[in-house]
Write a protein that binds this ligand. Structure first.
Ligand code: ATP
Length: 232
């Protein structure tokens, strides 16, 4: 469904990604694991058209999207749920969700209903300013907003960052529910714990390079991975 072929991204003279190749098949949850500065966010931004690779190709559902702009990519069925949540704090929950649908208008009421079923707390708080929600609620809103474009593939950038363990479990549950409802997921995480509980396969990124890939059970059993990303 998604394939990166030897993608390299530079910031000026600095190479942030070095020939990164990875695949996500339809129906999978794939994790991209790596430490600070490994290039995880850069990878997602390249896929969603926010950064242009200097070399390599990105293919989504048999179409090359390497040089497409972000709006066209969203319209084609791929959504990006960015790090740090990035909801619009002065807008209400409902307005934030409506923003998520702008690239794919029509049928918004049904989609809203689905998001509210997945996250009932958002229905209760739909008139509240997004900036006044708790961290976990803002994360749910960011996920909900990404869902409003009815994506077939969703990119998640560190959805567990800064959340209490009980909220991380809630986020894990919602990612599983999305996947069971038919969405394919590429999940970026620095802390591998969430990735290990929801992903089928994973890649480990270090210094802009893929250094390891495999079934999630294999990665979870790898001593080096455990040391680096689970704290031993
Ligand atoms: P983190 O988990 O800390 O967010 P990451 O794996 O998402 O890390 P990236 O944000 O993709 O890492 O950054 C990869 C590398 O590119 C880092 O060395 C970073 O300093 C550099 N970088 C990122 N954005 C820019 C930028 N706008 N200009 C210059 N260098 C950048």
């Amino acid at each position: 469904m998604l394939e990166l072929q030897a993608v390299s991204v530079f910031y000026g003279k600095i190479r942030a990604l070095a020939e990164v190749s990875l695949r996500v098949a339809s129906g999978e949850v794939v994790a991209l694991i790596g430490g600070n500065g490994a290039g995880k966010t850069t990878t997602l931004r390249a896929i969603s058209g926010l950064l242009r690779p200097r070399a390599g190709r990105i293919v989504f559902e048999d179409r090359e999207i390497t040089r497409w702009g972000p709006e066209r990519i969203v319209r084609s069925g791929l959504a990006h749920c960015p790090e740090g949540r990035q909801v619009f704090p002065e807008m209400t929950v409902l307005e934030n969700l409506e923003m998520g649908a702008y690239a794919r208008p029509g049928g918004t009421a049904d989609r809203l209903d689905r998001v509210f079923t997945l996250f009932p707390v958002l229905r209760e708080r739909r008139g509240q300013r997004a900036g006044s929600l708790s961290g976990g609620e803002q994360q749910m809103l960011a996920i909900g907003r990404a869902l409003m474009s009815e994506p077939r593939l969703i990119l998640f950038d560190e959805p567990s960052l800064g959340l209490a363990p009980v909220v991380v479990r809630e986020v894990a549950r919602s990612i599983r529910a999305l996947n069971e409802a038919g969405a394919t997921v590429l999940l970026v995480e620095q802390n591998a714990r969430l990735a290990f509980t929801v992903a089928h396969r994973g890649y480990v990124l270090e210094n802009g390079r893929i250094v390891l890939e495999g079934a999630i059970a294999t990665l979870a059993g790898d001593e080096r991975v455990r040391q680096a990303y689970l704290g031993g």
